[in-house]
Design a protein around this ligand. Structure first.
Ligand code: 13P
Length: 268
């Protein structure tokens, strides 16, 4: 059975000391849970401090992005080797924010700047292939914008993102893959995807994996939902048969809220 995974994506929040404080609180409350897997994904600079704060507990450490080379003249980048060295077991790949696809229009953000964020399915594919040999588990994010959903393109967009990211990767290599369905319009907006619709789309993602890689892999892969998950809506989402956990943004910065979300996961 797939063990639920509840992951906190802290995004560009919390200094190392603030992150260590939150991790220490979470460790005291839910650090030894075995019914759910609990993952914290702080910023690069807080990985070391948060890793130390949760060492010896059951909680896991993950990064929010990575570059695909192990070392070299790549100013500003962080390699898979470096993530492993600070104790990361997971890495988020292809988040809509790193793809330059934002759900909320920020009036202070010049739209031309967005292209600086935008990685492609091809760069995500490179990252995915680079982390697997290191034993880092990718959390591959996919999701459609509101305009794409309203144009009836949700499935096509997801299929393109999945195929692009997984190109040239075999089922054996994908043993540790996690996928997060994160509709862009639900991220940071407070507008959550209805649980049955999120379940339907996660089922579509699993079917796409089944068609491409067969039943064994499709059954193994955990598919998370992300986008405005809170303690008040987590129970309905996490009890859907195709949803194996949550990738939580804003609510993961509050210890009590995040703890409550972990208790919404079903016992499987
Ligand atoms: P919110 O939970 O803040 O909507 O963010 C979701 C997300 O992007 C997690 O990766």
């Amino acid at each position: 059975m797939r063990r639920p995974l509840i992951a906190g994506n802290w995004k560009m929040n919390l200094t190392p000391s603030e992150g260590a404080a939150l991790a220490t609180t979470l460790r005291q409350r839910i650090g030894m849970r075995s019914d759910v897997e609990i993952l914290l994904c702080p910023s690069f600079v807080a990985l070391q401090a948060v890793g130390e704060a949760i060492r010896g507990s059951e909680m896991k450490l993950g990064a929010q992005d990575v570059f695909w080379r192990d070392a070299g003249a790549f100013t500003g980048q962080v390699s898979p080797l470096m993530l492993c060295a600070v104790g990361c077991e997971y890495v988020i790949l292809g988040h809509s924010e790193t793809r330059g696809r934002f759900g909320v229009a920020d009036p202070d953000l010049d739209p031309t700047i967005l292209s600086y964020f935008s990685e492609t399915d091809a760069s995500i594919n490179r990252k995915l292939r680079a982390v697997l040999p290191h034993g880092l588990r990718p959390i591959l994010c996919v999701g459609e914008t509101l305009a794409e959903r309203e144009a009836g393109q949700t499935e096509r967009v997801l299929q393109t993102q999945l195929e692009g990211a997984l190109q040239g990767v075999t089922a054996d290599e994908l043993y540790e893959l996690v996928i997060a369905y994160e509709p862009v319009w639900a991220i940071g907006t407070g507008r959550v995807c209805e649980a049955d619709e999120a379940n339907r789309v996660c089922g579509f993602i699993r079917q796409t994996l089944r068609d491409r890689y067969g039943e064994d892999l499709a059954t193994l892969v955990r598919i998370l939902y992300g986008g405005s998950v809170k303690a008040s809506n987590a129970h309905a989402l996490l009890h859907q048969p195709e949803i194996d956990g949550a990738l939580v943004g804003g609510a993961s910065l509050n210890a009590e809220e995040f703890e409550q979300i972990t208790y919404c996961a079903p016992k499987r």
